[in-house]
Design a protein around this ligand. Structure first.
Ligand code: ATP
Ligand code: MG
Length: 405
């Protein structure tokens, strides 16, 4: 059966020719509780749509113009929310392609010329789940992104909360934020939400985690943004149980396209190391002091020991310009830590405090911090940053990017 996604009743198709569009439009889908939206386009249009919109329940992609169908399908998987059912169509009747696509979790490969009867059968078997051809999920798990500071108070929670807000509300990705600083999470303050009742229980007794966990315990900030955070009493000793992360991850990653973890400063219980090992992307937040050099080196060494070539490290310098003394210049810093700086966010003396007072995310204000967070969020999903349009008109640069996206 189809999992509940943000657009759980939508069947979206991109096809490269008008004839196929007409046939797809003629296939009845009401009895499957699906509303179909059949558009002209190929792989690029499909990817563009998925990057900027909630995923449909069923996606039909046309591989006719694709020279590398398998790698194109992998690109689509990267942009899809977990649980989307994908049907590929194409003009090559090759069993090799068919097998490879199925192994990537595509439900079916339909060869052109299309027939409405065959498509109806395909849709029915995909939606009703009475097809035993492919049980492998397409995009089974969303992306895991860990945020860690090279020193305390460097802005990890601020950057994470606001990047999460942008991923969910500007890029329309189903996003979860999980703060493992269980005794003093800032997320609920930064986003003006409640803390999650029951988070501590599952961290102490992970056997209590079930499929309904996200609905029961997570706090929904908006349709696309759910938060898991806690403010446990300081005088009550509390240990995250071994196995809590491995119990939590499959549930969370199968329901959200992006899950952002705020890691505590202490590595003593092994949980941070486990999460760093499993993360698709690790964001290290630092400043350009000697203190940061030490811990950026230690963190990158630990992460690189994973030897996962697909894992990305994003190095963010925050609070740039706060102090003049005691900071090293960027070239020397990069040389010392053996890593390029990916994003620089200036110190902002005004908007963080105003935002906290107003109980609103700082990305809703104009200022250097908001600007930097927009750039960081775009890096997290490999896109050009979309800046808020405050003038009512699109700037030259935004028009340029909108045209060329
Ligand atoms: N670029 C910036 N300019 C000005 N203030 C900032 C900036 N980034 C973060 N801050 C402020 O720094 C303070 C600490 O931020 P935050 O709580 O996000 O850091 P942290 O790394 O999560 O801290 P901790 O180690 O306590 O978890 C907050 O008051 C926040 O508003
Ligand atoms: Mg924090």
């Amino acid at each position: 059966m189809i999992k509940k996604t943000a657009q759980s009743n939508k069947l979206l198709a991109f096809v490269t020719d008008a004839e196929s569009q007409k046939i797809l439009q003629s296939v009845p889908t009401d009895h499957l509780q699906l509303i179909s939206d059949i558009r002209i386009g190929g792989i690029n249009e499909s990817i563009d749509f998925l990057k900027n919109n909630a995923s449909p329940a069923v996606l039909v992609v046309d591989l006719s113009s694709s020279k590398l169908p398998v790698s194109d399908i992998k690109k689509i998987a990267d942009c899809c929310e977990p649980g989307v059912k994908v049907i590929a169509i194409g003009d090559k009747n090759e069993v090799g392609i068919f097998r490879q696509l199925l192994s990537l979790g595509v439900q079916d490969y339909v060869v052109k010329p299309l027939s409405d009867k065959l498509l109806l059968k395909t849709f029915e078997s995909v939606v009703l789940g009475n097809d035993d051809r492919n049980t492998k999920a397409f995009s089974e798990y969303g992306k895991l992104i860990s945020f860690v500071g090279a020193r305390g108070g460097i802005g990890v929670s601020t950057l994470l909360a606001n990047c999460g807000f942008l991923l969910a509300n500007q890029y329309t990705k189903k996003t979860s934020l999980i703060d493992l600083n269980v005794q003093g999470s800032m997320l609920s303050h930064l986003l003006d939400t409640e803390t999650s009742t029951g988070f501590r229980d599952v961290l102490e007794a992970p056997q209590r985690i079930d499929d309904l966990f996200t609905e029961r315990v997570m706090v929904r900030q908006t349709d696309n943004l759910s938060v898991l955070s806690s403010e446990e009493a300081l005088d009550e000793p509390f240990l995250i149980s071994e196995g809590a992360v491995s119990a939590l991850l499959p549930i969370i990653l199968s329901q959200f396209q992006y899950s952002l973890f705020d890691l505590p400063r202490s590595f003593s219980d092994g949980i941070n190391t486990e999460l760093l090992l499993l993360s698709n992307t690790v964001v290290i937040v630092c400043d350009t002091t000697l203190v940061s050099v030490r811990d950026v080196v230690r963190l990158t060494k630990l992460i690189r020991e994973n030897e996962n070539p697909e894992q990305k490290i994003i190095l963010v310098v925050n609070n740039e310009g706060l102090y003049k003394e005691g900071h090293i210049d960027h070239d020397l810093f990069e040389e010392s830590v053996q890593k390029k700086i990916d994003c620089v966010i200036s110190f902002d003396s005004i908007t963080p405090l105003v935002a906290l007072n107003d109980g609103k995310p700082v990305v809703g204000y104009n200022g250097p911090l908001a600007k930097g967070i927009h750039q960081l969020a775009a890096l997290l999903i490999d896109q050009t940053a979309i800046f808020p349009d405050t003038s009512g008109k699109m700037s030259f640069i935004n028009r340029f990017f909108a045209r060329n996206r």
